[in-house]
Design a protein around this ligand. Structure first.
Ligand SMILES: [Mg+2]
Length: 239
């Protein structure tokens, strides 16, 4: 396992110049359970738009996920639901007003933007990403063209390597040894570690069972550091 200070040195030496952040449960606590809200909203939106009940929607989404890997594909193919409109509806229902903001995050994100090229790679859509960044007070630290959302991934999601490939293309990233990737998902961290990026896994008391177990059993990739406090981690990274 790596130490945060080792990455800080790489940033100071300009060996690492690109920092990619995940958004949900990385730049704010996972306690709020946005991912769960999104899953619930997908079911409710499907039910509402197709005029069926929640349990039918659940079965349909599962069926399409098995058949096409992504349920959106089935909804488009068999029900003429446009995926952009669908996701806008899904995210419109998400209540972000209860997201607690970390003290010191805007200040340290400014330092990050001054020391490296800062990117955002999120599985949510652009609208949600912009709303949350504004809520967290860090909208001015990430340029809009450096935000990569599921709209840009053709709705493929991290940790699917295809999503990473599309992101690398959009951001013109070729040398991942110059990239630091920060995410709360163990699976996403693994994918970026495999392609040679430096990685930081963000954990907290409310992290998924999988992350907590991996950290507890020290099953962390060699090139990965772990943090329980993103603000203090960033303050150590960007001096
Ligand atoms: Mg996340």
């Amino acid at each position: 396992m790596k130490r945060i200070e080792e990455f800080a040195e790489l940033i100071q030496q300009k060996s690492v110049e690109q920092v990619i952040f995940d958004l949900d449960s990385t730049l704010y606590t996972s306690q709020i359970g946005i991912e769960t809200q999104v899953m619930e909203s997908i079911r409710k939106t499907t039910a509402r738009l197709l005029g069926i009940d929640i349990s039918e929607a659940l079965m349909l989404l599962k069926k399409y996920r098995l058949a096409y890997e992504m349920s959106f594909v089935g909804l488009e193919r068999h029900h003429q639901l446009d995926r952009v409109t669908f996701l806008n509806e899904v995210f419109r229902d998400i209540d972000i007003s209860r997201i607690p903001t970390y003290v010191g995050l805007p200040e340290v994100m400014k330092k990050a933007a001054a020391s490296a090229d800062v990117y955002l790679a999120t599985n949510s859509n652009h609208e949600h990403a912009h709303r949350v960044l504004r809520h967290l007070g860090i909208m001015d630290t990430i340029m809009p063209e450096r935000i990569f959302s599921c709209d840009d991934m053709g709705f493929v999601r991290k940790p699917n390597p295809k999503a990473v490939e599309l992101m690398a293309k959009k951001f013109k990233l070729s040398d991942f040894s110059r990239v630091l990737f920060i995410d709360d998902s163990y699976a996403s961290i693994k994918v970026f570690d495999n392609i040679g990026a430096h990685t930081i896994l963000v954990a907290d008391d409310f992290s998924s069972e999988r992350v907590r177990q991996k950290v507890q059993n020290e099953e962390i990739p060699e090139g990965t550091a772990v943090t329980y406090d993103i603000v203090s981690c960033l303050n150590r990274l960007f001096i």
